[in-house]
Design a protein. Structure first.
Length: 339
């Protein structure tokens, strides 16, 4: 038996193969459950006791040699295939390029994080609204031009149903359902029937904030706006409030910030004024409180709203609003922030 084992070791050591099938046949012949080595291990029980140590050692060596031979042949064939194909299978794979956030999403999240620090919670609502939530509950009179087809997308078969023109409609729903006090910020996509150009689009994004409580004053609004502007544009940012008109606030104002490019000195972006308009705001009109079931004698509040596109354009120096909707990777890959 010892002679047979040594003969097999010599035979296995000299074996060579050119294709994987030959290696597999060799493995089956010698290392399978019914192979030559398995049969020798079965015969091992018939070996005389005095020879068991020597033959057992030889059997283990035989199995080790056969296993090593199979592995060696497989590695040789793998190296040959690599050389033929010109591909080194041991090289690391190509690095996959990861995506980045859309610039509007970056600025949206930044704005929401600022209001989160002020204790505002996020509220969202439907984009398809009825006349009450979009107009009437916000003190829009019947003859207000915003009700005209030039500004609003109406559903043809249901003239009372519109694509909401502002996220203020979400605030109406909040006033109907939330317990007071209310401190909410409402981001969303809105729709207006406007011609698409570098400065306007029929689809854009807004963020509005609403705060209703006892003894809320215009001073609270101004302080909130000052904090917001400094957090978003930098600690040196100044704000300016100009009287304006909105049906749902009284008094109303437009807020300007000192130009982020020229720092108030005057440039092409701010048209030499040193100021940039970014949002509208005001104290919630008592009629709006009353229309939404809130005691106007006990509660007051303020509201503010801004277009995310406009702030993003100012923040990054983007001159064409249409870039936000074209999905051009050359444009989008410039925004790599993790916000």
């Amino acid at each position: 038996m010892l002679e047979k084992i040594n003969q097999l070791i010599t035979e296995i050591s000299a074996f060579s193969a050119q294709i994987p099938e030959e290696i597999e046949q060799f493995r089956i012949k010698h290392l399978s459950k019914k192979g030559t080595i398995a049969l020798l291990f079965e015969d091992f029980k018939n070996v005389p006791v005095e020879q068991k140590k020597e033959i057992g050692k030889a059997l283990n060596e035989l199995k080790t040699v056969a296993t090593a031979k199979v592995n060696e042949l497989k590695e040789q064939l793998c190296d040959q295939d690599t050389g033929k194909s010109g591909v080194d299978l041991t090289l690391p794979g190509d690095v996959l390029k990861t995506g980045t956030r859309h610039p509007l999403a970056i600025v949206r999240n930044e704005i929401l994080s600022i209001f989160d620090k002020l204790g505002f919670t996020v509220s969202e609502g439907p984009e398809i609204e009825d006349d009450w939530h979009n107009f009437s509950a916000l003190n829009f009179p019947e003859e207000h031009p915003a009700r005209d087809m030039q500004d609003t997308f109406f559903i043809e078969k249901h003239p009372d149903i519109v694509l909401h023109t502002h996220t203020s409609s979400v605030q109406v729903r909040d006033m109907e359902t939330h317990e007071l006090p209310i401190r909410l910020v409402t981001p969303g996509r809105v729709f207006r029937n406007e011609a698409i150009s570098a400065r306007a689009h029929c689809i854009f994004h807004q963020i509005e904030a609403l705060y209703i409580d006892e003894n809320v004053s215009f001073a609270d609004l101004k302080q909130t706006l000052t904090y917001f502007a400094k957090e978003l544009f930098g600690a040196d940012t100044q704000i300016r409030l100009r009287p304006s008109y909105f049906p749902f606030t009284e008094p109303s104002a437009e807020m300007d910030v000192s130009c982020t490019l020229c720092h108030g000195k005057g440039c092409n972006v701010c048209k030499g004024t040193g100021w940039l308009e970014i949002l509208g705001c005001g104290m919630v009109d008592p009629n709006v409180l009353e229309l939404n079931g809130i005691d106007k004698e006990k509660y007051t509040g303020f509201a503010l709203g801004m277009g995310i596109e406009r702030i993003t354009m100012l923040k990054y120096g983007i001159k064409d609003l249409r870039l936000f909707f074209e999905n051009d990777l050359r444009f989008l890959k410039q925004f790599t922030t993790a916000i």
